[in-house]
Design a protein around this ligand. Structure first.
Ligand code: A3P
Length: 295
């Protein structure tokens, strides 16, 4: 049974039409008044789009491919999560304040809920997008095992909730469209999960250049190897194995679940797929973004 405190944390509350964890909403004014610095790099993702993966890639680049340095802390603690609040632990904002510059931070917020100082300071943003179908599947399994997010219900029920944006951090469609629309106006490196999967070295090189780093081939090869799904699944600093079962129950579904492109085909019925494609066309109308759904 969940403790009362944990149950409280499963609650989601709305901010401007976007569901967030109630504890983040309680802390909303502190989050909105966050003071970004011009040399901040913000890792931005919709949940289940490869956040942990890109964090490890960024950290490996930052540490010049030094594996031991990347073992200094679990991945959740290396880059402050700006909207994170779970008292009495220090909030993401407080952790970011304590961090020396240049800071690398992360968020799942959609553009319209981002603290304005990130835009005002013209920070660098690294956005990773994942195709909606695989993202939905990954989020469904994540909500099954995550005891501080609402129970996802049946797959059929979850399908509706996801389409309607009735999940934590809101609509996938709004999130991806929002960041895509701003990508040429701000310093945004926009990456796709599927591209990293297909050609990790090429995408890692782009991240390296964006971060203003220069690493030689051998180091890049190390980073490709160390950030592979197989390696990260075994790595206790990235696989969430240190999180108590009362929060993440990996016997229900592992955090490093499959790490593939196209697992949606094992979940979507033909009818769901047709319905999804129709809804996708409507919701993404006018956007030039293009996703790969299969490798
Ligand atoms: P699956 O559930 O499809 O396996 P996030 O970190 O944003 O929560 O995203 C988690 C998803 O990214 C999970 O997807 C997880 O397996 C996948 N992932 C994590 N590390 C990965 C890696 N090195 N390569 C490919 N996928 C990875």
């Amino acid at each position: 049974a969940l403790s009362t405190e944990l149950k409280k944390q499963t609650q989601l509350r709305e901010v401007a039409g976007v569901l967030l964890q109630a504890t983040s909403v309680d802390n909303w004014s502190q989050i909105q008044s966050f003071e970004a610095k011009s040399d901040d790099l913000l890792i931005c993702t919709y949940p289940k789009s490869g956040t942990t993966w890109i964090q490890e890639i960024v950290d490996m680049i930052e540490q010049n491919g030094n594996v031991e340095k990347c073992q200094r802390a679990i991945i959740q603690h290396r880059h402050p999560f700006i909207e994170w609040a779970r008292p009495p632990q220090p909030s993401g904002v407080e952790k970011a304040k304590m961090m020396p510059s240049p800071r690398i931070l992360r968020t799942h917020l959609p553009t319209r809920l981002l603290p304005p100082s990130f835009w005002d300071n013209n920070c660098k943003f690294l956005y990773v997008a994942r195709n909606a179908k695989d993202c939905m599947v990954s989020y469904y399994h994540f909500q099954r095992m995550n005891q501080v997010l609402p129970d996802p219900g049946t797959w059929e029920e979850y399908f509706e909730a996801f389409i309607n944006g009735e999940v934590a951090w809101g609509s996938w469609f709004d999130h991806v469209k929002g960041w895509w629309e701003l990508k040429d106006r701000y310093q945004i490196l926009f990456l796709f999960y599927e591209d990293i999967k297909r050609d990790p070295k090429h995408e890692i090189q782009k991240v390296m250049q964006f971060m203003g780093k220069h690493l030689d081939e051998a180091v890049l090869d190390t980073i490709v190897l160390e950030t592979s799904f197989e390696k990260m699944k075994e790595n206790p600093m990235t696989n969430r194995s240190t999180v108590p079962k009362s929060i993440l129950d990996q016997s229900i579904s592992p955090f490093m679940r499959k790490g593939t492109v196209g697992d949606w085909k094992n979940h979507f019925t033909v009818a769901q797929n047709e319905r999804f494609d129709e809804i996708y066309r409507k919701k993404m109308e006018g956007s030039s973004i293009n996703f790969c759904l299969d490798l």
